[in-house]
Design a protein around this ligand. Sequence first.
Ligand code: AMP
Ligand code: ZN
Length: 472
Amino acid sequence: MTLRLHDTASGRKEEFCPLEPGVVRLYTCGPTVWNTPHIGNYRTFLFFDLLRRHLAVRGYRLRHVMNITDVDDRIIEQAHTAGVGIDAYTRPYREAFFEDLDALRAQRAEHYPLATEHVPEMVRLIARLLDRGYAYEAEDGVYFRIASFPAYGRLSRLDRSGLRPGARVATDRYEKESATDFALWKRAQPIDEQVGAAWDAPFGRGRPGWHIECSAMAMAYLGETLDIHAGGVDLLFPHHENEVAQSEAATGERFVRFWLHSEHVSDSTGEKMSKSVGNIVTLRDLTAAGYDPLAVRLFLMGNAHYRSRLRLTEEALHAAAEQVRRLQDLADRLRGLEPGLRSDDAALYADALDARDAYLEALDDDLNLPAGLGHVFEVVRRANAALDAGRVGPAGREALLHLLETVDAHLDVLRRRDVELDDELRGLIAEREQARRARDFARADRIRDQLRDRGIVLEDTRQGVRWRRVER
Ligand code: AMP
Ligand code: ZN
């Protein structure tokens, strides 16, 4: 089996093979920690997780770097408004980011470099570009000269006649219309000094532009050539185009072998989720509404192929929660089965093996998780029916558990979350127990309903009362 990935540069699926056998050098653009990331951002980060996990399934060791942009125009403005330094301003967002990643079970990258901790590398890279004539000093900073790099625009398929070499743009984020020289270094303004966002450099005190951060950190950790660079599709231009220009101009080597871009999350009306539109939904919004983060994880990862837009709707979230539940329940049923006592449904056994192959084949085909899950849920349905009919024996049990394990290498939803109940909820459960012992069933039922409203369902078993969390 060969793994094929869609490379934005060639516009085709290409067979993937790393430069150094067995090891993948992966760089992914991480968050700009100026506010709380939204579900759209996490789709991108869970796409990175899917990629990581599948590379590991295929036997590769990973060297994965995800940067954290903790200095940029917006951070400086916000910190200034809040009257604090950028470090103090970004810290809570950085912490919230890692909490969310954990809740969503994204595997950790090997490195999460902070931009502010790698300014010397950026300064050296800019000095090299100045030396080689690819950059020049202007009044307000140092700029990259796009006219000096003939391949500028190739990655994002810019029409070169639309380039405006010599014209300059200082801002980090801009549209295709302004394919102009861009800032590598911005001379320190009073506001930068006030929030602690200024560093010394041979070409004047200032701060790095956003694009140079990624080139410098990627090369510092992974060398001059990366196997895979991934990010959200909105980063293709100008961010990734500029990364290629800066990096290749400095080293003369190819910067990236595979470019992977994932599509956006949109709201239920189809509009891209973004802070500026005002239609963002955060993970906290969803958990507060009673959704299990694992359902959110499955929705973001498996509801649509990563190169298609994903629309956030309640129905889709409910369906994902249901899928998580079905996988967990089937795993429980199979684990609890005494297979020796039953005979096998031979067709189901064969289908479980086939579904596993089909699942992995779908993942090898540019990480097509939704197609893979289609094969799996077909077998899940049949397995439940066979279990009901007492027709799952030792071989079937093994094959089905093996299938679930294979799927879980990517999804990671079988391990149930240890949800801690807060003291108040625990108190309510105890109160209901007391009411029951006192045979005050009306009161016990009222408390049960109260808990139900808070998303906790009680089950009375022979071992005592058990609770589980459900969607409200
Ligand atoms: P930022 O923090 O703005 O730099 O974005 C972090 C990552 O989230 C980038 O890779 C963006 O492409 C991605 N992103 C931003 N908005 C969305 C969205 N609505 N859907 C999916 N990804 C997004
Ligand atoms: Zn980047």
